[in-house]
Structure formats: C-alpha cells, structure tokens
Design a protein around this ligand. Structure first.
Ligand code: AHR
Length: 518
C-alpha cells in the first residue's frame, strides 16, 4: 500500500490495521465503520438467504401443506397465507425432505395417487405415522408457487445408488425414459429444474454414523450417478462437518473435493446458559446465546481456510445448510416436533449470522436457516388457520437488499458489550451495493441496555440521503403471538443522517437496523 493511501484513511483504521491479528478491536463509546465502496468484493449470493423444510412436526403438514380439501385457503394444497408471506422475502431456495428424515426417505413412496401411497413411521421426529401425501410433485409444486429453487437432499444412509439416480431422472429428464414416463403417468409432463442436490445429510450421525473416509468414498460413488439430464445442471453438495469437526472437512476436501460443487456445514448455536426457554430468559442467557452465535465467524473462517488448501480458486461452495437457535419446545407440545417461539433475541442471532455470511461471500454460497415453518428458528408460526411472522422473518425481509448485491469491504471498530467478566463486540455489520447503485448497511446492536452511536466513513461514494428501518422492542423477550402478532415488527428509523464523509446513526439497544444510502 502506498504511503499516500494510508494518509487518506481515517486514523482509527490505520490503528486497527496495525493491531496484531486476532486482537479484538474495541473502542469506547462510538462505533466507527469504514466502508470501501471503491473496492467492491464478490457477489453476495441470494442463496445465503435460503431455507429448509423437513418432514418434522408441523413444518410440512399444516405449516405448508393442508391439502386441497382443507377449509384453510389453499392453492392445490399449499396454504395461501404462508406462500404469500414467503414470496415477500423472496426465498431463493428450499431444502427438502430433511434433515435426518432424508436418509430414511424413499421417494417412490411419495408419488402416484395419494390414497395409494404407503404410510411410513417418522422415526426421528415423534415416531408419528406419515401418509406421504406430500411428496416430490407436491414439493416441486410448492417451489413453483414460491418462485424458489428446489434443493433436494438424497438418501445415502439407507437408500441405494440406483434409487438416487432414478429420482434425479424422474424429476429432470425431459425426453423419453422409464422415469420420465412414470412422471408423466403421475400427471407431470414437463421436467422440473433441480439445481441443487445434496448427497446425504449428517452422514457422520443420523445419516449412517460414517467415518469421513467411508463417507468420502460413498459420496464419490453416489455423486457419480447424480446425472445432468437435458439442460438441468446439478450442483452436487457433499455432507460437511458437524460444527467444529475440522477433520471431516479436511478428509472430504482431500478425497472428494474434485467430485463436489458444494460442501455443507451444520451449526446450531443452541439456547441460553441458565434457561433453555425461548421466551423466559434473562440477560445471562441473552449474552450466552449471542456469543455462541458469533462463533459462526470462527467456523466459516477456519472451514474456509481448510477448503482453500485444496481449492485455492474457491470453486467449491461452502453451504451452511442448517443453522439457527435450538430452544426447549413450547410447553405442552410434542418434544419430537421442535416447535419453539421466536423473540427479539432470535432476530439478533439471525442478523449477526447473516452479516457473517455476507462478509464471507467469497466462499459461502448458500445457507439455510432451520426451519421454515413451526420448527426451530422458524420465520413463520401457524396455529391451524392462524399464522404469524416471527422477528426472524422480519430480519430476512430487511436483508433482502443484500440478495445478489456486491459486497463492500468494511472495517469495524466497536465497543464491547460486557456481561460479568465476559465480553463480545457490541455491534455487527455488513454492507453491499445493489444493481441500482444504492449502498445498504445492516447493523445489529447486541447490547440490550445501551444505544450506540455509529460514525460511518464511506470511501468512493457520496451520501446525500440516508433512509432506514429498525427492528427492536422494549424487552429482550419480546415476541409475536397469535393474539398479538405485531409486537415485534420493523418501523421507520429516524436516527440516521448523511454526514460529511458518510453517515451517522444511533442504534437503539438490542436492535437490527438496515440503512439505505444514496
Ligand atoms: O433440523 C433438525 C435436525 O437437525 C435435522 O434433521 C438434522 O439434520 C439436524 O441434526
């Protein structure tokens, strides 16, 4: 770097750059943010904003599918209210049918006349009997209604290579073939596009308890038969590690890196330290959960470093295809159904995690929060004919501005949020420029007690106006209920203005803010 350019940077950034790597960059009081709009980074794939729907509890049945004869308004069996709400957040891809369910699922049970489909027992999730009324045709119909890309997860744990091969042919073969003909007999003439295919799920656990060496060989074999039929190009995704199991990543990249387009990664940040309740918790639990969520930064950085050793060109995408909070189920509900409420705390987890993915957009190409409706960190909850949008939904809506936008590098100097003897950075941020040239900055103030001032320096763009929206509430535990569905929702943000070098803003305590700079 030329000496001249050092002088053109604000003094505090020079100080940050000179700090030893890994040292926390904390400052008192004010947050300083330097955005390099003149040094655009990679595209933030819209697929980072992907979702996951498993045959689990009331996600598929009731949450998405009610059947054509239901009194709940539906279009060919899909709930109209849920589909309309999901279209607003432009969900880019949807993973299905699991999860652990995927390695028990035999797709041929879910095609043909519904009344003739065999029942199966959902051994992982409550041991309930599943009638298979929602199968391949229904899932792909749902994706068409949503305008989203299907991401199918195949069965390696208990399925055969031929079964996986035939499934891909059934869905994507346009010409004449045994599987395409069977699809036509079942009422669908035109082949579907299936751009994403997962070769097994959690094969280190519920998907077969395999070693990485064994799975790498299995992956190579199964993935060979996941064919591109006609104009359909499949992005093959290998099962990645269980959180911090870096050895799994290393073995997979070394032995099967060349056969994959994507490698998954699962990380659930969990719940509080003293209370596991989604809604009844104190500051200790707030702090603990946000600190666990921030570990996603370490996880994607170290996983990315390992991937770089085998794939310097970053050809293989990191696909964080399961992530989110995992609280105790709501009292009185089936423990196997993983139904949990969703508070402002979950919204902060979503906001800071999506900021991390954005900042790692050079390697992170997809992420899928678990799960879409009524399960874990859902964006939508339903109760028969009623539906509500969770605080996490609102974060996804606010962050749509980043879909396929260009990442802008940023440097952040933030005070710490301390709790007892422990501390975490109080603010998380990411920035991008959209196709119309507007810069968007998303900011999360993790401190539940103090607002924070932000001074934003923008190199390479002049800011004339700043608009914003904010998601916050008086209480950490604030959440939406079927009786009061609008307790937590975004509103106009008036505490930001254009400044000489960029903008200034005051973020309320415990808030997620999106700014639009023009
Ligand atoms: O999302 C719930 C479960 O968590 C999934 O089925 C599994 O893949 C993971 O362990």
């Amino acid at each position: 770097m030329k000496l001249r350019s050092w002088f053109s940077l604000p003094v505090w950034i020079v100080a940050c750059v000179l700090l030893p790597a890994g040292r926390s960059v904390s400052g008192a009081g004010t947050v300083r943010l330097a955005i390099e709009a003149d040094k655009p980074g990679p595209t933030i794939s819209r697929h980072i904003y992907g979702h996951f729907s498993e045959h689990l509890g009331r996600c598929i049945y009731e949450g998405l599918w009610v059947g054509p004869d239901s009194p709940i308004p539906n279009t060919r069996g899909m709930r109209n209210d849920v589909v309309a709400a999901l279209k607003k957040i432009r969900i880019p891809n949807l993973r299905w049918p699991g999860g652990c369910f995927a390695d028990e699922y035999h797709w041929m049970d879910g095609i043909g006349p519904q009344e003739k489909r065999p029942s199966i027992v959902n051994v992982h999730w409550g041991g309930v009997t599943e009638n298979n009324h929602f199968g391949t045709h229904e899932f792909l119909e749902l994706c068409e209604q949503l305008g989203t890309d299907p991401y199918i997860c195949g069965n390696v744990g208990s399925g055969e290579v031929r079964e996986m091969r035939d499934w891909v042919e059934y869905m994507t073969m346009d010409g004449v073939s045994p599987m395409a003909d069977l699809r036509r007999m079942n009422g669908r003439d035109k082949a579907w596009k299936v751009p994403f295919f997962g070769v097994g799920n959690e094969n280190w656990g519920c998907g077969g308890n395999m070693t990485p060496e064994f799975y790498a060989d299995q992956y190579r074999r199964y993935a060979t038969f996941v064919r591109d039929f006609g104009g359909n190009h499949v992005y093959r995704i290998a099962c990645g590690s269980n959180g911090f199991d870096y050895r799994w990543t290393e073995v997979l990249m070394e032995r099967a890196g060349r056969q994959m387009q994507g490698l998954s990664l699962h990380y659930y940040c969990g719940t509080g330290r003293k209370s596991r309740s989604a809604t009844k918790f104190e500051e200790d639990d707030w702090f603990h959960l946000l600190r666990s969520a921030l570990r996603m930064e370490e996880l994607v950085t170290r996983t990315g470093d390992i991937m770089d050793r085998f794939d310097r060109e970053k050809r293989v995408g990191m696909m964080v295809d399961e992530w989110g909070t995992w609280h105790e189920v709501e009292p009185g509900t089936n423990p196997g159904f993983l139904y949990q409420q969703n508070t402002l705390r979950d919204a902060l987890v979503a906001g800071l995690t999506l900021n991390i993915f954005n900042r790692h957009a050079d390697r992170v190409r997809m992420a899928n929060i678990a799960q879409l409706v009524n399960v874990l960190q859902a964006v939508i909850l339903t109760d028969k004919e009623k539906m509500l949008l969770t605080p996490t939904y609102h974060v996804y809506e606010m962050y749509t501005v980043h879909h396929d936008a260009t990442l802008l590098p940023l440097t952040l100097l933030t005070p710490d949020y301390a709790f007892g003897n422990e501390k975490i950075p109080s603010v998380s941020a990411s920035a991008s420029r959209d196709k119309a040239g507007r810069v968007h900055v998303t900011l999360c103030n993790l401190d539940p007690n103090h607002p924070v001032d932000v001074v934003g320096d923008i190199a390479g763009a002049t800011v004339k106006t700043v608009r914003g929206r904010v998601l916050t509430a008086p209480a950490m535990q604030a959440h939406n209920t079927f009786e009061q569905p609008e307790t937590v929702k975004p509103v106009e943000f008036g505490d930001a203005k254009a400044g000489e070098r960029g903008f200034t803003a005051t973020l309320p305590a415990k808030s997620v803010v999106v700014l639009e700079l023009e």
